[in-house]
Ligand binder design. Structure first.
Ligand SMILES: [Cu+2]
Length: 207
C-alpha cells in the first residue's frame, strides 16, 4: 500500500499529516531550509513595487446604456466590449501580468517587436467545441497561447449551453521588450467589416 493510500484509509487529513514525521515543514534556526523550499531550488528575485505586476481587463461586460443581468449564468455576446484596458502596461523583467478575461476570448502573446500586421490571420484553427468563431493559430514568434475558451466547463442550465468564460490567466515575463498581446478569436482581433485591428495591446517589460 502506498503511503498516501495508507493515510487516506486511516482517515488522516492533511492538517494531521503536518504533525507526523516527514510531513512537517522544513525549519532551521535561521529559516534557511524553509526559504529554500519556497524558492523551489531556484534564485529568488525580489519583486516589489508598482512594476512588479500589472492588471489588464481582457474584454469587459459593458453596462453601455442599459442594465445587464447575467444572473444566474448569462454571458450575452453582444454585451461584451472587445478591448484590452489599459492597452499598454509596463512591468519590470521578472514581473507578471494578470489578464482578467471577461467573455469568450483567447490570450495570445507574441515576442518583442511584433506588430498586429505581422500576424498571419489566414492561419486559424476551429475551437475544440463548436460552434464558435475561428481561433488564430500563427505560431511564428508566439510566446504564449492561452486556454481554448471553448473547452472551459459548461455553465449548468445555460441556454444555449455556454462555457464558463470569466477567468484570470497570469503570465510572467522574464525578458525585457515590448510584447504584443492580442485576442485570438479572429473577429475580435480583426474587424470583419473594416479590417481594422481591434483587440490587442502591449506589455512593456523594463530591465
Ligand atoms: Cu476576444
Amino acid at each position: 500500500m502506498k503511503r498516501r493510500e495508507f493515510f487516506e484509509r486511516a482517515g488522516i487529513g492533511s492538517a494531521a499529516l503536518v504533525t507526523l514525521p516527514g510531513f512537517a515543514p522544513a525549519t532551521s534556526p535561521n529559516g534557511t531550509a524553509a526559504r529554500q523550499e519556497h524558492d523551489h531550488g531556484g534564485k529568488h528575485d525580489e519583486m516589489e513595487g508598482p512594476l512588479a505586476s500589472a492588471d489588464v481587463s481582457f474584454g469587459q461586460w459593458d453596462l453601455d446604456d442599459s442594465p445587464l443581468d447575467r444572473f444566474p449564468n448569462n454571458s450575452p455576446r453582444t454585451r461584451n466590449f472587445h478591448h484590452l484596458t489599459p492597452d499598454v502596461v509596463e512591468i519590470k523583467a521578472g514581473g507578471s501580468v494578470n489578464f482578467h478575461i471577461a467573455g469568450f476570448h483567447h490570450v495570445l502573446i507574441y515576442d518583442d517587436g511584433t506588430q498586429p500586421k505581422d500576424i498571419n490571420t489566414t492561419l486559424t484553427r476551429p475551437p475544440t467545441t463548436q460552434p464558435a468563431p475561428p481561433l488564430i493559430d500563427d505560431p511564428v514568434r508566439r510566446l504564449y497561447r492561452g486556454l481554448d475558451p471553448s473547452v472551459l466547463p459548461l455553465l449548468p442550465g445555460s441556454t444555449p449551453p455556454q462555457p464558463l468564460q470569466d477567468r484570470v490567466e497570469t503570465v510572467r515575463f522574464s525578458n525585457p521588450g515590448k510584447f504584443l498581446v492580442m485576442c485570438g478569436v479572429l473577429p475580435h482581433f480583426v474587424d470583419p467589416v473594416t479590417g481594422q485591428f481591434i483587440m490587442f495591446g502591449y506589455v512593456k517589460v523594463r530591465r
